[in-house]
Design a protein around this ligand. Structure first.
Ligand code: UGA
Length: 458
């Protein structure tokens, strides 16, 4: 079987998934991280992120001898692979899967990428292909090649399109593989790593590959801002957003996916990438108004949810939330993850607190032993705080004495809660469902008034 020696630098969502999945495709993979404690835990098969199937895959590939972990990029790229006899071999392909957080003015901060290039420059074997998987501004692949300053090493852009919460599935069932490089041979070597997946492959130049990642995420953000605006319009004209999105989704040019209204899009990717693309456009002297409106609509969505809660609790859009107790269900940026980065739920919680409300939060991913996944550090039965929101370990506790329960994350488990028990402990029987997750009839039967987004009954 065709196998390559692959080093993966960075063991976040993208790096760890890439490493484990490439190993499962038969490649020999060494993953590096600067965090020695994390590396030690990974060696023992302990994965600290909530990602379905990932820890099983890591353990399986470590046991099969195809996946190992080292501290520092230098060790991974050079002599990290067992060779014939006593010899050791260098990596043939080096993936950079590093954080590129939003820096000053929305510009992606590339310091982690630059530091690894600096560290490994003189260690790469001739003929190595360096692959950038991090989401980076257009021009970074060329810039990385300049920084490396090695005529015998190629740099390739190979953006990743996986979603948190279904990372392993998305990696192994990609809609497409994108490889951008000006050297055809290097691009083909990278594309060949994925050959077994049988996905359509787009071979292009580095700038187009880099832009494609932003273009995809910003298009998705635009789709959601459009749906959230449309939900608001539905409320004003007496239409129902679920029917509208179902109807437009049958048009194959639009598609059914990514059409659920919500509290706004968040997470570690869409907010960062929309701002970064705006910067790319600004730098190219292009006024990307559509993208700006996409971001503004999303920011406005948070206030809209607060106004909805205010109206639901007080009966008036301008009513006071001072000392009003609210139970928040779901704090992660979406279901299926423990990730709180740029979570719309937390942004809305901050606005509600500013308005004087007393908040209590429950999230299954933030409770030790939670039914949908637990995180290390969550303390069983003991409330801790997330950004000023005290946590409880039971949804009924969150509802205790509340004047409204606000569903902010679409955890499936919320659908089947004992809503009668919830209603029994609430001060006022109101549920604001910002994900249109709950069945209105179930809430009604429990004696609750359910208020969704863009719903006819709302
Ligand atoms: C996103 C993209 O979907 C991936 O393709 C991409 O690879 C990834 O960013 C990345 O750049 O690494 P992710 O951040 O995991 O993935 O989250 P999504 O599933 O895209 O959700 C983003 C936000 O949109 C969440 O806040 C989610 O709740 C919201 N959303 C999503 C909705 O409000 N409605 C929907 O119908 C779908």
């Amino acid at each position: 079987m065709f196998t390559r020696r692959v080093a993966v630098v960075g063991t976040g969502y993208v790096g760890l998934t890439t490493g484990a999945c490439l190993a499962s495709l038969g490649h020999q993979v060494v993953c590096a991280d600067i965090d020695a404690v994390k590396v030690e835990r990974l060696r023992r098969g302990v994965v600290d992120i909530v990602e379905p199937g990932l820890s099983e895959l890591v353990s399986e590939q470590v046991s099969a001898g195809r996946l190992s972990f080292v501290v520092g990029a230098a060790q991974a790229v050079s002599a990290g692979f067992p060779g014939e006899g006593a010899g050791e071999l260098d990596a043939e392909i080096v993936f950079l899967c590093l954080p590129t957080p939003m820096g000053v003015g929305g510009v992606a901060d590339l310091r982690a990428v630059e530091a690894v290039v600096e560290e490994t420059r003189d260690l790469l074997a001739p003929g190595t292909v360096v692959v950038n998987k991090s989401t980076v501004p257009v021009g970074t692949t060329v810039r990385t090649a300049e920084l490396l300053d090695r005529a015998d090493v190629s740099v390739v852009s190979n953006p990743e399109f996986l979603r948190e919460g279904s990372a392993v599935h998305d990696f192994l069932n990609p809609d497409r593989i994108v490889v951008g490089c000006d050297t055809a041979e290097a691009a083909e070597r990278v594309a060949a790593l994925y050959a077994r997946l049988g996905a359509p492959t787009v071979l292009t130049d580095a700038a187009s590959a880099e832009l494609m990642k932003y273009a995809a995420n910003c298009f998705l953000a635009m789709k959601l801002s459009y749906v959230n605006a449309m939900a608001e319009l539905c409320e004003r004209v007496g239409a129902d957003i679920s029917d509208v999105t179902e109807g437009i989704g049958y048009d194959r040019r639009i598609g059914q996916a990514f059409l659920s209204p919500g509290p706004g899009w968040g997470g570690s990717c869409l907010p960062k990438d929309t701002h970064a693309l705006l910067q790319v456009a600004d730098a190219a002297d292009f006024e990307f108004r559509l993208l700006r409106a996409t971001i503004d609509t999303n920011t406005r969505q948070r206030q809209r949810i607060v106004d909805k809660v205010r109206a639901a609790v007080t009966g008036r859009r301008t009513g006071s939330l001072t000392r009003v107790r609210l139970g928040l269900l779901g704090l992660t940026f979406k279901a299926g993850t423990d990730d709180l980065r740029d979570s719309p739920a937390l942004a809305i919680a901050a606005l509600l607190r500013q308005a004087g409300a007393d908040l209590v939060g429950y999230d299954p991913a933030l409770v030790a032993g939670g039914s949908d996944g637990a995180v290390d550090g969550a303390v069983e039965g003991v409330a801790r705080e997330v950004e000023g929101v005290p946590l409880v370990s039971d949804p009924v506790e969150a509802a205790q004495g509340a004047e409204a329960v606000v569903v902010l994350t679409e955890w499936p488990v919320f659908r089947t809660l004992d809503w009668s028990a919830m209603a029994g402990v609430m001060k006022q029987p109101v549920v604001v469902d910002t994900r249109n997750l709950l069945d209105p009839a179930t809430l009604r039967r429990a004696g609750l008034t359910g208020i969704g987004l863009g719903r006819r009954e709302a």
